[in-house]
Design a protein around this ligand. Structure first.
Ligand code: FPP
Length: 224
């Protein structure tokens, strides 16, 4: 059985779900947050140590301002409301991506990271204003400044995911089969599951089904 240490998720389909059932994309984001909470709990139950969630890409700034503001408000309220609880549950929060939000949200993100920094039951990496290509470019620039050679180890060390093992499993909900500039380097050998259901409709049963199937796959890493 494959060990499962790190699950990464592209939580796609909030907008479509919201429009279909509540006539509002934002209602889909709200429902998507409930799925986030359920999946966090199930990740702990499965004794998985890292969960990386793609919450906002560098390309998502192209959305209407009203939707962007709604999403960041949702995140702000979630953190204000839940960070003590996450801390009590021994969960560490790390933000991937550049913190270029309102001063209030930036501060909240930094404080949430600091508060939970020593926790070790589960690490949640929240990708916010994250894009894999710009992460790679920054890594190459850092290597160049340090006059180091470009090799796999140095690239790993200069990515925002340094000290985080590569995802074993990537799940993308929402019936779309693409990577959307997410962890392009780190996903090189991950098992990828594309799920038809929209993120708000994704259940712990669906999650456990994928985990079970993942565990039975023969992972070769290039060998036979
Ligand atoms: C993609 O669905 C989802 C997002 C861009 C936002 C993800 C946010 C959440 C799951 C809720 C908030 C989470 C936190 C941590 C506060 P989409 O809007 O692209 O869906 P669509 O493809 O149907 O339009």
């Amino acid at each position: 059985m494959n060990p499962l240490n790190h699950v990464a998720i592209i939580m796609d389909g909030n907008g479509r779900w919201g429009l279909k059932y509540k006539n509002s994309r934002n209602a889909g984001h709200k429902a998507g947050l409930n799925t986030v909470e359920r999946i966090i709990k199930e990740t702990i139950k499965n004794n998985i140590k890292f969960l990386t969630l793609f919450a906002f890409s560098t390309e998502n700034w192209r959305r209407p301002k009203k939707e962007i503001n709604y999403l960041f408000n949702l995140l702000e309220n979630f953190l204000l409301d839940k960070i003590d609880d996450l801390n009590k549950k021994n969960i560490k929060l790390k933000i991937l991506g550049s913190k270029k939000f309102s001063p209030k949200l930036n501060k909240l993100l930094i404080n949430s990271e600091k508060k939970t920094n020593k926790n070790n039951k589960l690490q949640i990496n929240l990708a916010l204003n994250y894009g894999s290509k710009s992460e790679l470019i920054s890594a190459f620039k850092k290597i160049k400044i340090k006059k180091n050679i470009i090799n796999e180890k140095n690239i790993d060390r200069n990515l925002q995911t340094k000290n985080i093992p590569n995802p074993d499993l990537l799940i993308r909900t929402g019936n779309t089969k693409r990577l959307s500039n997410f962890l392009l380097w780190q996903l090189a050998y991950s098992e990828i599951f594309f799920e038809k259901k929209l993120w708000p409709a994704f259940t712990t049963k669906d999650y456990n089904k994928i985990i079970k199937e993942f565990k039975s796959i023969k992972r070769n890493f290039g060998k036979i």
